[in-house]
Design a protein around this ligand. Structure first.
Ligand code: PLP
Length: 375
């Protein structure tokens, strides 16, 4: 049995003929940059999400950078961002000369802690970045109200949660990434909607912002050779777009397959007192980019990882070190702020194999070995 964290080859097999013909179509047309599949994919994804505009770009990190540029944030402006996240979120903030203000997360959802964020607001705070970690949305209703009261932009980092659905107190629903002023995502191969290389996109319902984003992603030009602002070159290749047109049609079934695997894990681990299974909020579905459990600190998470590896089961630690302890980001640490939850999570979380094509026998095998570690 060869178990992988993410099995992209198995995912490819059932759609390979369709993918091959999509690729051949691009080769025949030889429209490698901004060919028709790019706008076709943007249109299809905007319909799928219920977002007015989807603007594709080169990767999820660029998507975040473009969002901050298009919102017109200026050097010195402060942006609140969780310390327990992938580095890309804070990286672009620092790169643009903005100041990432790191905040702790909630112990159950692993998402941004809004109470902690309210203590960090200053006259320079301009934006807040909820990261929908592992596939479940942060509390967007609360965050939108928090941001509106303080006049902040909300940039949703949806790289791990495309398809998660948020329910508001009035009963209405919206997809994660379409609620804030801007949402960003990544099509990195292992993401829930992955292409065969790098890719990313930005979502917005604001026409002006969409026009700005398009202009900035394309060297700051609306009309060729007329550069109104300093932009960048960040595009989704036609080949990747053609692949994504095919894969988007599978995204609902991919989400369901992940949820089914997660439900199997949940039912097996619920009874084990040393394991916390992933929290399910009442306001968001979970699309399980990762299936991440928390281990009681009386047990060694690293010993569990080694034990699983001995038995041919891969596992990952997302993330072993919070941003405030990273060399590059220490300078942004506020000495008066503590991050007890994030520090604890870095020692106690472990992510188990999670993908769209896990077999029942594999799930059984993984569960058996996790359980036997605690016996
Ligand atoms: C993957 C990821 C990104 C970056 O996406 P890339 O396409 O790899 O640049 C940003 N934020 C989060 C939370 C991610 O998981």
């Amino acid at each position: 049995m060869k178990i992988r964290m993410v099995d992209l080859n198995r995912q490819l097999r059932p759609i390979k003929t369709e993918i091959d013909s999509a690729i051949q179509g691009v080769l025949e047309a030889s429209n490698f940059i901004q060919g028709a599949p790019v706008s076709e994919f943007e249109k299809n994804l905007s319909e799928w999400l219920g977002a007015k505009h989807v603007i594709t770009c080169a990767n999820g990190t660029d998507a975040l950078q473009l969002a901050f540029m298009a919102l017109g944030l200026k050097p010195g402006d402060e942006v609140i961002v969780p310390t327990f996240t992938y580095v890309a979120t804070a990286e672009v903030i620092a790169l643009l000369g903005l100041r990432p203000v790191l905040v702790d997360v909630n112990p159950d959802s692993f998402n941004i802690n809004i109470e902690a964020a309210s203590d960090l607001i200053t006259s320079k705070t301009k934006a807040i970045v909820p990261v929908h970690l592992y596939g479940q949305s942060a509390d967007m209703e609360r965050i939108m109200k928090f941001a509106a009261d303080r006049n902040l932009y909300v940039i949703e980092d949806t790289a791990q949660a495309i398809g998660a659905e948020v329910t508001f107190s009035d009963g209405s629903t919206q997809k994660a990434g379409t609620i804030g002023h801007v949402g960003t995502t990544s099509f990195f191969p292992s993401k829930n909607l992955g292409c065969f290389g790098d890719g990313g996109a930005i979502f917005t319902n604001d026409d002006n912002l969409a026009a700005n984003l398009k202009m900035i992603a394309n060297h700051g030009q609306r009309i060729k050779y007329h550069h109104d602002v300093v932009g960048v070159n960040s595009r989704l290749d036609t080949l990747q777009a053609a692949i994504l047109v095919v894969k988007l049609k599978q995204l609902n079934s991919y989400c369901e397959a992940r949820q089914k695997a997660a439900a199997y894990y949940d039912s097996a681990f619920r009874e084990i007192e040393y394991i916390d299974i992933p929290y399910r909020s009442d306001f968001s579905t979970h699309v399980f980019h990762q299936y991440t459990i928390k281990i009681d600190l009386r047990y060694s998470r690293d010993e569990l990882k080694a034990y699983l590896a001995q038995n041919g089961i891969p596992s990952m630690i997302y993330y072993p070190i919070p941003l405030h302890e990273q060399k590059a980001y220490r300078e942004f640490m506020n000495k008066d702020v503590e991050y007890p939850i994030s520090s604890n999570l870095c020692d106690s979380v472990i992510s188990l194999p999670m993908h769209t094509h896990l077999k029942p026998k594999e799930l059984e095998y993984i569960v058996h070995h996790v359980k036997s570690f605690f016996q």
